[in-house]
Design a protein around this ligand. Structure first.
Ligand code: PNS
Length: 166
């Protein structure tokens, strides 16, 4: 069974993430979307909330599950018997960092292959931080996030929920 892990902070999940998850679900028998800690970022949504939003967003996929892990991605992949990491690349500027991560993960777990999927041109501009900024300032996030979680994101920011950067 070909198992892939799709890691990220998903703070919150966007339609750009969903496009990558959807395409990965066609390529692998099972895709595990895992919420991990990015030490360079301060999270807005709790891990539990990010998992909850992702679970709603992926419920239409039979072979996609959601999880969270507090540790190294390379270790998580080993525990789940996954041999592939799926990452989306939006622009050349993403590449250097992603390349470094791919090499680190492969050193830590030599069985792992990182598979890069190029972003759909519809979502190249989109990021979780863009969604947070637009939502915080009362803008329309229709088309930026899955419809089934849009209200929940708006609700969070209407309650003054933003606190950080990227
Ligand atoms: O969505 P993001 O923030 O770009 O995702 C980055 C993430 C969470 C996948 C990355 O920071 C990560 O893998 N964190 C877990 C810790 C780890 O394994 N780091 C890589 C080795 S330094």
């Amino acid at each position: 069974m070909k198992i892939a892990v799709c890691p990220g902070s998903f703070d919150p999940v966007t339609n750009g993430h969903m496009d990558i998850i959807r395409r990965a679900s066609k390529m692998f028998d099972k895709v595990i979307v895992v919420v991990l800690t990015n030490f360079a970022k301060k999270a807005n949504f709790t891990v539990e909330k990010r998992v909850e939003l992702l679970e709603k967003a992926v419920q239409c996929f039979d072979n996609v599950e959601v999880d969270h892990f507090n540790g190294l991605l390379a270790d998580y992949a080993k525990i789940r018997d996954a041999k592939f990491i799926i990452k989306g690349l939006r622009a050349v500027s993403d590449f250097e960092y992603e390349f470094q991560m791919a090499m680190t993960n492969s050193k830590l777990n030599p069985e792992l292959e990182t598979v890069f999927l190029t972003s759909n041109s519809d979502y190249m501009y989109l990021s979780s931080s863009i969604v947070r900024q637009v939502a915080q300032l009362g803008g329309d996030i229709h088309g930026f996030v899955p419809e089934c979680i849009r209200e929940e994101i708006i609700k969070k920011y209407s309650q003054g929920g933003i606190k950080s950067d990227s």
